[in-house]
Design a protein around this ligand. Structure first.
Ligand SMILES: C[S@@+](CC[C@H](N)C(=O)[O-])C[C@H]1O[C@@H](n2cnc3c(N)ncnc32)[C@H](O)[C@@H]1O
Length: 184
């Protein structure tokens, strides 16, 4: 059966070049940061954002434990400020929306900052770059975030971007994702 997490990585790997630059806009416990760090390799760079110092600590520990390449910059700031840190085009950006597993659920991503961050990420995308937005519609803010992201992506010019949505139709509260691919 379809494994959405495996599929996300497979789709993103089509856009990641060794030596390229990526961003994890919602670092959390660092699993996506680690994936991106390995994918771009020693010559690449990964910017990872979270508003919770605990996320930076747990990601730093994960990267060390896993012997990840030393190509990650951990940033304790909201992702909608990303343009202040990232100066080069991104081959891939990931948003895994919601809250840090096992922590305070009130510190969740919110439309007020998710939508400006999404726009910043779109502006930073390199030709042939891609963004992934994982949505958790099982809670109210997550459901609304998904609708708002869908509306924003629907407005993008089809000649420049291909925006798709992958969701299990027989499990509507399960996580789903959007993929934004920029033309070459
Ligand atoms: C679902 S978790 C991410 C999981 C993570 N990608 C991983 O691999 O473990 C969502 C994270 O987004 C963070 N977050 C919430 N608002 C944010 C914001 N405005 N900017 C950056 N991160 C934010 C939360 O603190 C939380 O750690």
């Amino acid at each position: 059966m379809l494994d959405l997490l495996a599929l996300q990585k497979e789709l993103l790997l089509r856009h990641i070049r060794p030596g390229g630059t990526c961003a994890d806009f919602t670092m959390g416990n660092g699993h996506d940061t680690l994936f991106l760090s390995r994918a771009v390799g020693e010559g690449g760079r990964v910017y990872a954002f979270d508003v919770q110092p605990a996320a930076l600590e747990s990601t730093a520990a994960l990267l060390k434990r896993e012997g990840a390449p030393e190509n990650v910059r951990l940033i304790c700031d909201s992702h909608h400020h990303a343009a202040a840190y990232i100066r080069e085009p991104l081959c891939v950006g990931m948003f895994n929306l919601g809250w840090l597993p096992g922590s305070d659920r009130t510190v969740t991503t919110r439309r007020e900052t998710t939508l400006p961050a999404l726009q910043t990420a779109i502006d930073l995308l390199a030709p042939d770059g891609a963004l992934l937005m994982a949505i958790y519609p099982g809670h109210e803010e997550g459901r609304l975030e998904g609708e708002a992201v869908c509306e924003a992506l629907s407005a993008l010019d089809r000649r420049r971007f291909c925006c798709s949505k992958l969701q299990l139709v027989n499990s509507p509260t399960s996580p789903y994702f959007f993929l934004v691919e920029k033309a070459k």
